[in-house]
Design a binder for this molecule. Sequence first.
Ligand code: GLU
Length: 459
Amino acid sequence: MTTIVREPTRYDMEVNPRSPSDVRPDAASASDPSAAHHPRQDKKSLYENVVVQFDRAADVMRLDADVRKILARTKNEIVVNFPVKMSNGRVQMFTGYRVQHNDALGPFKGGLRFHPDVDLDEVRALAAWMTWKCAVAGIPFGGAKGGVQFDPSNYSGADLERITRRFVYALGDNIGPEYDIPAPDVNTNAQIMAWILDTYASTVPPHDRQRNIHVVTGKPIEAGGSVGRDKATGQGVVYTIQHWAADRGFDLRNMTFMVQGFGNVGAWTARLLTRLGAKLVAVEDVTGAVRNPSGLDPDDLLRYARVHGGVFRYPKGEFADHIMFFQTPVDIFVPAAMENQVTAETARWLHARLVAEGANGPTDPEGDAVLRERGIDLIPDILCNSGGVIVSYFEWLQNKRSEFWELDEVDAKLYKRLTQAYQRVRDKAIELDVDWRTAAYVIALARLETVYKERGIFP
Ligand code: GLU
């Protein structure tokens, strides 16, 4: 099975397997601020990070050579260039992606992000991480990821709705409730999921509409969402940190932590950990960093950030630059923003006992090596932030069964699944004497290897 590019479907989709540089948004659309954005030329390949992590685990477990060939590649890569008639009456071109890495364990699953750095390489890596994440969590989904390359902060809500709807229309039946199920990710939220649902449902025959609400998860509650989904990723991060602290004999009430990124994951992690008695001492987001050794109130900081567009100049803390932020003495560091933040350089700045990866791919392979060498513990992304997709699975099940679960039920089920996953990863790391990322990969790859052996390769 090699990379398959699906044929154009019933809509006006354009499939484009070429390199992302061939499909940049039309730079001539001068009114488009994002068209001028060119991802950094020195941007390291994220998919290479995945390959390094994958190879390390595949070697340790002696993964079957054929399965290795299959899993090293993505299955389908969909690139769509689509026009949007903006509220000013002008047409602007956008480029969107959906990469489907693997569906051996179930339908493709993973978020959609809106960000100027979205490109094919990034989406490939994020799709592969979803495959491993769902396999570690033991939920019946494969891995996918998508996005549109633009900066949503430059657009009105009305234009975001237009872009979202036109992107979903361009994807056509490359997504579907039993085939590939998107969800929120960077800069996308429940409102955007509601527009996705509405657009998808509007393109199927009327009698099929109600049967399709599980085409997307992370929806608003009234539109078929699950209670507990909004906080689920942060809640999962906190459950794994609680287990780690218990294993190490630490009391979270005596611990300090800092978060990078104050979006859904960073803010929920900060609030939930603070409720358990841990002290938030530093936060960094795109606008800057703020520190306070006596503790920051995450609710107050969130109110401030909503009004001012970020944490910069928050009056109840002192300003810190990027280096100072990383050098803050803490027990726990939660990167909950973008990829490649913990590198060989920044990993040396850290004064932390634990890095708990709320983001996807925040640590590059060189950063991993420094953390290992310095004896800093790591709860890897594919375990640590899996709470989001686990509750997405619960939402999908509730939709299919026309059920509505209460919050305590959702939380208890999430806790149970994450606890099992955490214990399996910890025990595997001890058994094989490997780092936790490698242990998590070994668990995921073993599941995938088993299903390939059982099902075989067609024909
Ligand atoms: N975007 C989230 C992630 O990276 C959630 C994915 C989902 O719920 O499908 O895990």
